[in-house]
Design a protein. Structure first.
Length: 344
């Protein structure tokens, strides 16, 4: 078997690649990644020398590069590559449209040309928009994205469904909730909070901090993605939820408690524009059809994640890039400086 993974140098893609290569050492995994600010080859160091693993640096919007890297009759494309951070999409959406929309169409076209057997698009619960309390986003609910990021991921989904309908491609979609775990770039809430707390720096809490997210450990998500890839029903969309709907302040309180740090590090800052209050997926389909369940309880997963960042300080230092700092300062620096620091 040969699989072609896009975005395999990012947070979730690299977990998927590491786990797949360890599980199926005799198979070929081609990792196609542009290595944007979010792509980090250190994430792949544990498998870089495995015989079945190959890295190809390229842009999914570049049909020529994809054509060159994608083998004929490849078993599957697993499409993780995306611009993935909501705050960045608010500052500028064009790269999100380019990669998440145009890039997805280029991949679909080349996959069809090359006779790829199965196409798996990694989407997000954010395509459902903010879900009112007491309601759940179901696989057959209409998408209602509200951030530029979520809108671009929804457009990608539509193109995948259109290709399946029009050309009979075997295409599937997973919509996962908020992932956390090792190797996550420290612009996202949990690694940002861990790295700031360790330095006794303030942790920015957007608005009232009562926004609800359903946290899932990245290893649980990648087991679900593997199950969908291997056994999913052609054309199906599967929700992958962690079953851990938690308001941000409560989550951060738990994290600070694990780290032995005071809650006074939490500092309220201006809310994210258009901030979705609540994501909540209905996720029974993947349980009943594929027998997948999340295995890592939130507190255990957070504890292990804190330990991982402790043991991998060098990774964290390398990930704290200048680009990140600039964008961060532009967006939230004033609030944080007022609170005594602006370190990200
Ligand atoms: P990430 O930002 O950590 O990684 C994205 C990867 O894609 C990087 O390696 C980057 O270099 C690569 N990439 C970006 N543009 C590219 C391009 N034009 N061509 C080739 N490669 C490119 O993202 P992540 O958090 O690992 O998310 C992976 C996927 O899962 C995304 O599709 C995202 O929408 C989805 N998702 C993420 C979460 C989450 O909590 N992180 C939740 C739901 C869904
Ligand atoms: P994030 O990790 O950016 O994921 P997403 O926006 O895709 O859900 O943010 C998770 C939640 O945490 C979201 O409600 C925004 C909030 N948040 C903060 O309060 N402070 C922060 O510094 C960040 C990055 C996020």
């Amino acid at each position: 078997m040969a699989i072609f993974v896009t975005g395999g140098a990012g947070f979730i893609g690299s977990e998927f690649v590491r786990a797949w290569v360890r599980r199926f050492p005799a198979e070929t995994v081609i990792n196609f990644d542009k290595l944007t600010y979010a792509g980090n080859l250190e994430n792949l160091a544990p498998v870089a020398n495995e015989p079945g693993y190959r890295m190809y640096r390229g842009d999914i919007c570049d049909a020529g590069a994809v054509r060159e890297a994608l083998p004929e009759r490849c078993d599957a494309v697993v499409h993780f590559a995306a611009e993935s951070h909501v705050d960045r999409s608010i500052l500028s959406a064009s790269e999100f449209v380019r990669t998440n929309v145009l890039g997805t169409q280029v991949l679909l076209d080349v996959a069809r040309e090359k006779g790829v057997k199965r196409f798996l698009y990694i989407s997000t619960d954010e395509v459902g928009g903010s879900i009112p309390p007491g309601r759940l986003f179901r696989e057959d609910s209409p998408p209602a994205p509200s951030s530029p990021y979520a809108a671009s991921k929804t457009a990608g989904e539509h193109l995948v469904r259109a290709a399946a309908h029009t050309f009979g491609i075997d295409a599937l979609i997973t919509r996962t909730s908020n992932n956390y775990g090792p190797y996550q770039f420290p612009e996202k809430l949990i690694p940002l909070a861990i790295s700031n707390a360790r330095l006794d720096q303030p942790i920015p809490v957007y608005g009232d901090g009562l926004q609800v997210r359903d946290w899932i450990h990245v290893a649980d998500n990648c087991r679900a993605v593997a199950a969908v890839l291997q056994r999913g029903r052609p054309g199906a969309t599967y929700h992958i939820g962690g079953g851990n709907q938690t308001p941000n302040r409560e989550l951060l309180g738990l994290l600070l408690n694990i780290m032995g740090k005071p809650e006074s590090l939490l500092v309220s800052v201006t809310d994210r524009l258009g901030h979705d209050r609540r994501y909540a997926v209905e996720g029974s389909l993947i349980r009943s059809e594929l027998g997948w369940e999340p295995e890592i309880p939130l507190e255990d997963g957070l504890r292990a994640t804190v330990q991982w960042y402790d043991a991998n300080r060098e990774w964290l230092e390398h990930a704290r890039s200048g680009e990140y700092r600039q964008y961060y300062d532009r967006m939230y620096g004033r609030d944080l400086k007022g609170a005594g620091g602006d370190r990200a």
